[in-house]
Design a protein around this ligand. Structure first.
Ligand code: SF4
Length: 433
């Protein structure tokens, strides 16, 4: 059987392309692109340095604001953030390709070990970080640059969280994510992978060994839908499907795949399945297109790749004999009370060989509720204040476990803001706490 690893992300720009794109930028004062960035990267500042052939200065401008600038350049929805805010849109011109310029500026520094940031004298204070995903990496990198000892604990075999396991290959490959983690380690952060807090390291030891703790634990698996037939071969969590593709070759030629959901994971899964050669790919969503959480540009990309969108349909059961053969749905509609309901007698079957659940991840409520002073709201999100402090004065939290699941760049912004506050508290508190 032939195999495919998915499709490579867009190639980075050549120097000539970057220079030409940089010269298109109007270097706006009060740049809307910077205001649209959750990490406030000085976009005209870094582009100006590219135009002046100062790539290291450009990288420094980006990485000072966002230490994961290399991965954010690839996975950010720039169409709705920086590039979406570019003034050239209003002039009916193509917006600046900020993502690819950012990748061009940062790649040599992040992946080339140029030693951009010097180590500083140790403060002797230690911070434990639970979860080596984007929020934890950003928090740890900032704290290490401030001179604190940082140890990150991650239950997975490889660090990087969603960047390593949850990004579709056509946006960023796993190797790029891992190399960026190595860059963070080069700043002085120690990462203990395959080490689950609560199992391999006790919570008591975590608090005994560190002056402060940051929780960047992200979210859990996609829960089962409770449908008959969900245990058949070929039914999977969409995130596990994406994670498996990060390190294994897969060929979906001949497969008919249905993905249930309307968010970013669903759209990544259908596009990935189509790019891997599936004969038919369906996105099954219980509401209309306008109510999908996925970004319009990602929806367009899925449509371009031949994905069939089936709206107003609620999965009812999965049929098959050992392996999946059909996803059975009811049609849906809004009732007179404004609530979504299934339409009586509307049952129909979609012949498929794979069903992927992309209906939202579980919160890590049971783990979080074990920690003194950490409150979890009704939807399972950790409650924090403006400085990302929890109710425990030694614990901060950020990223998906706080916002319920947003972009990598939002997690980076949380991690960085928490690091600044942790540093402030550690610098002003006596040792030995
Ligand atoms: Fe350049 Fe567009 Fe930002 Fe203006 S808004 S500084 S043109 S990228």
């Amino acid at each position: 059987m032939s195999t495919k690893l998915g499709f490579a992300p867009l190639p980075t720009m050549t120097a000539d392309e970057a220079l030409s794109e940089a010269h298109r930028c109007l270097m706006c004062w009060d740049a809307p692109c910077t205001r649209a960035c959750p990490t406030s990267i000085d976009v005209p500042g870094f582009i100006k340095r590219i135009a002046h052939d100062d790539l290291v200065g450009s990288a420094r401008t980006i990485l000072d604001a966002n230490i994961l600038g290399a991965s954010c350049a690839r996975v950010c929805p720039t169409e709705v953030l920086c590039a979406g805010a570019c003034v050239l849109n209003e002039l009916h011109e193509r917006p600046i390709d900020i993502g690819r310029l950012q990748a061009f500026a940062t790649d040599d520094v992040v992946f080339g070990d140029l030693g951009l940031f010097r180590s500083v004298e140790s403060t002797g204070r230690s911070v434990g970080i639970v979860g080596a995903g984007p929020a934890g990496l950003a928090c740890g990198a900032e704290l290490a640059r401030m001179g604190h000892d940082v140890v990150m604990y991650d239950a997975n075999e490889k660090p990087g969280g969603l960047n390593t396991y949850g990004v579709a290959n056509y946006k960023m490959d796993q190797q790029t994510a891992i190399r960026e983690v190595s860059f963070v380690e080069s700043l002085g952060v120690e990462i203990r992978s395959g080490t689950a807090v609560g199992a391999d390291v006790s919570l008591d030891d975590l608090f005994k060994n560190h002056d402060a703790v940051f929780l960047g634990v992200g979210l859990g698996a996609v829960p089962a839908l409770g449908l008959d037939g969900e245990d058949l071969n070929g039914v999977e969590d969409a995130l596990e499907f994406i994670a498996a593709l990060r390190s294994a070759s897969v060929d979906l030629t001949g497969q008919h795949v249905a993905v249930i959901g309307g968010g970013n994971t669903a759209i990544d899964s259908v596009t990935q399945a189509a790019l891997l050669g599936a004969d038919r790919v369906y996105l099954v969503y219980r509401r209309g297109r306008d109510e999908m959480k996925a970004y319009p540009h990602d929806i367009e990309r899925a449509l371009t790749n031949g994905v069939d969108f089936i709206h107003w349909s609620a999965p009812k059961r999965i049929e098959g004999d050992g392996s999946v053969s059909a996803l059975v749905c009811d049609r849906t509609e809004y009732g007179s009370d404004g609530k979504l309901q299934t339409t009586e007698g509307s049952e129909y079957a979609i012949p498929v060989s794979m069903v992927l659940r992309a209906t939202g991840q579980e919160k890590r409520r049971s783990f979080l509720e074990q920690i003194d002073g950490v409150a979890v709201d009704a939807s399972g999100r950790v409650t924090v204040d403006d400085q990302f402090r929890t109710g425990n004065d030694r614990i901060w939290a950020g990223g998906d476990c706080v916002n319920g699941g947003k972009e990598v760049v939002n997690a980076v912004a949380h991690g960085k803001a928490a690091a600044i506050d942790i540093d402030r508290v550690l610098q002003s508190s006596p040792r030995g706490k």
